[in-house]
Design a protein around this ligand. Sequence first.
Ligand SMILES: *Cc1c(COP(=O)(O)O)cnc(C)c1O
Length: 356
Amino acid sequence: MPRPLSATIHTAALANNLAVVRKSAPKSKIWAVVKANAYGHGLARAFPGLRATDGFGLLDLEEAAKLRELGWAGPILLLEGFFRPTDIDVIDRYSLTTVVHCDEQMRMLEMARLSKPVNIQLKMNSGMNRLGYTPEKYRAAWERARAAAGIGQITLMTHFADADTPRGIGEQMETFERGAQGIAGARSLANSAATLWHPASHFDWVRPGIVLYGASPSGVATALDGVGLQPAMTLASEIIATQHVAEGQTVGYGSTYSARKSMRVGVVACGYADGYPRVAPEGTPVIVDGVRTRVVGRVSMDMLTVDLTPVQNAGVGTRVELWGAHLPIDDVAQACGTIGYELMCAVAPRVPVRAE
Ligand SMILES: *Cc1c(COP(=O)(O)O)cnc(C)c1O
């Protein structure tokens, strides 16, 4: 028997979330972002739920090839562009669209031998200071791209640092418009947060990632109240042992938890080697037999321990939901000082995943 831990991918939730995006940005086409193995959901498992998209955005050439093998004939966008001249052979073979964010990439494209022109998204650094041409150099880059025989359609692109924070996107939008002034062409700006909360940024293409998986761009589950998204992954396990712990006794490595009164503790088959964060503090939410309770004691490699006080009937074999349909991944992430993105991407290869 395998361990009772598994992740379930909810295909209908992915399709629902894509429809929510469609409704939020009705005039835009959608790049469904499936980088990092579809945010840990598995590219092949996520694909059926997301195939009503207009295009897929990702980083890895291997993932792009896999999408083609799955039968996806539509646009695929390389969100970081490419790294070596040989990558361009793959771009050409699979008809990929690529970001171009620097002169080194531009030069590689100019030198490449291609069977047909490559469509690009020309990236502007509008304030994030990660990738892209500065607004001052943007027009020259656009003219250079336009003159390159190997470059086809040019979409104007940038990425927001604060679409999910009070700072918002105003400054970056202004910077973008200044740099792109007078340049015709489709525009691609909005990530999930901008797709939900900043309609002025929608333009021709939106690039949502996290909302497709039913989690919050801001890391706060209540930010999604009323939006209609559904969690696309449930990570669930079972209790494999219980312990009666007397007042003053401790639980787990480092004896970090000390029972304030006599209690029962459940041992769950899920640990940090499965991707559950070791930093999860006492009180991190977890659902046992449908009841919300909390992690007590330190998360170890293969197990974690939970307070069974509110679930008197729980015993070996009782179902435990670590996050998912009944417990927002954002609530778990928040307790751990991170965001849902990190948790879903970190589900370990040893966890069996199935789609339903
Ligand atoms: C990851 C990524 C996105 C999607 O971001 P979310 O916050 O998950 O919506 C969009 N655009 C680019 C360039 C990205 O790298």
